[in-house]
Ligand binder design. Structure first.
Ligand SMILES: *Cc1c(COP(=O)(O)O)cnc(C)c1O
Length: 370
């Protein structure tokens, strides 16, 4: 049989989509370079491990894998509702917060609509817009990667549907103050949904920080997105959720697959959100690691951005690409800033004391030998 080359054409909007670049997995670098030790500080995971209560709950769920998961995620919604003091009808649970961003895009974006993104930020917002044929309107940060509320408001047009606010922002670690969020909520037209990405909320310690949830309770047109992948340490099972006024949740539920969150993920997350001890220890460990890295960057004369999160944006300078690659060769995986238009920066996830030390020693030896 003779096969003709196929004429199948993907949708034209796919031309605008760049594949996501994940942090290199540890095993891959280990295999490539035959390294014994690899330290991954590239994906803002919890270096102290998952909630053990979550792990236990996952183990107990194994025997029932023949059953479909609960399509309504009742137990998990109950746990989220009581932990955050919101109503169950205000919650949607998703296969990682990434899925929620896709669902939001599917639910609210028509072709030609616009989303506003203070930039640089999390790439999934752009991805969601692009698959729907919507346009991304980036609003660059000010000096020091600070939000500029006025510029964000000025970017709103009749086609604006979603306004993403990532706070603390990935990859900069900077945040939007409570006063600034209130200013925005007041200025934004009522047909624009504010999406407050609080993936790193638990790490923020600034006095004037808000995680945005109080505005959901007050029935404002805001959706707060959170994830179990960061402080709860459950990135591998994929659970995230959104909380918003009921009418918004109902629209998103229309585009959700029934069994989007698997049963192990539901069990793990339900236990992890109650594991306050794990959250507290993770937060404390992060604060200690943050000081350790600040100190090292100061000693090495490297500029960095003060972070409210579990990662730090640091400036390696014009030689950043080389330094990044030399660190990789020594088994230290960071995220290179070029994807965010920051070719002189890298983003370092805060690791355990030992991981940070290995990174600092590797970096020091590279910089000294230059
Ligand atoms: C990690 C992250 C998420 C969500 O991650 P999931 O693993 O898909 O839950 C969302 N927003 C930001 C800014 C993140 O960094």
């Amino acid at each position: 049989m003779v096969y003709l080359s196929n004429q199948i054409k993907p949708r034209t909007v796919l031309k605008n989509i760049e594949p996501y670049t994940p942090g290199k997995p540890i095993w891959e670098l280990q295999q490539e370079l035959n390294l014994d030790k690899v330290v991954k500080l590239a994906s803002n995971e919890n270096p102290f491990g998952p909630s053990l209560k979550g792990v236990e709950a996952i183990s107990s769920g194994l025997a029932e894998l023949n059953r479909y998961p609960d399509a309504d995620t009742v137990a998990l919604k109950g746990a989220i509702a009581s932990s955050l003091d919101v109503k169950e009808e205000q919650i949607i649970v998703t296969n990682g917060a990434d899925e929620l961003i896709t669902l939001l895009s599917e639910a609210f974006l028509d072709e030609g609509d616009e989303i506003i993104v203070p930039s640089p930020s999390f790439s999934e917002y752009d991805f969601g817009a692009h698959i729907m044929g919507a346009t991304v309107v980036p609003v660059p940060f000010e000096d020091g990667f600070q939000f500029n509320v006025q510029k964000i408001v000025d970017a709103i047009t009749e086609r604006t549907k979603l306004l993403y606010l990532c706070s603390p922002n990935n990859p900069t670690g900077t945040y939007l103050s409570k006063a600034e969020l209130e200013q925005l909520l007041q200025a934004v037209p009522t047909n624009v949904l504010v999406v407050f990405d609080g993936a790193y909320s638990h790490y923020a310690t600034a006095d004037d920080y808000t995680d945005g949830i109080e505005y959901v309770r007050a029935d404002q047109p805001i959706l707060v997105l959170q994830t179990f992948s960061k402080i709860y340490g459950l990135a591998g099972v994929r659970v995230g959720f959104g909380i918003a006024p009921k009418s918004i949740i109902q629209s998103i539920l229309k585009v959700k697959e029934p069994f989007n969150v698997n049963s192990l993920a539901q069990a793990g997350a339900t236990a992890a959100i109650k594991d306050e001890e794990h959250v507290r220890k993770s937060r404390e460990g992060n604060a200690a690691g943050r000081e350790q890295l600040y100190q090292a960057f100061q000693n090495l004369n490297l500029e960095y951005i003060k972070t409210e999160s579990n990662f730090i944006l640091v400036k390696f300078g014009p030689d950043a690409a080389n330094i990044y690659n030399e660190l990789l060769a020594k088994g230290v995986i960071l995220r290179y800033g070029k994807t965010w238009g920051l070719p002189e920066h890298v983003r370092v996830s805060i690791g355990t004391v030992e991981e940070n030390l290995y990174f600092i020693e590797s970096l020091t030896s590279i910089l000294v030998n230059e």
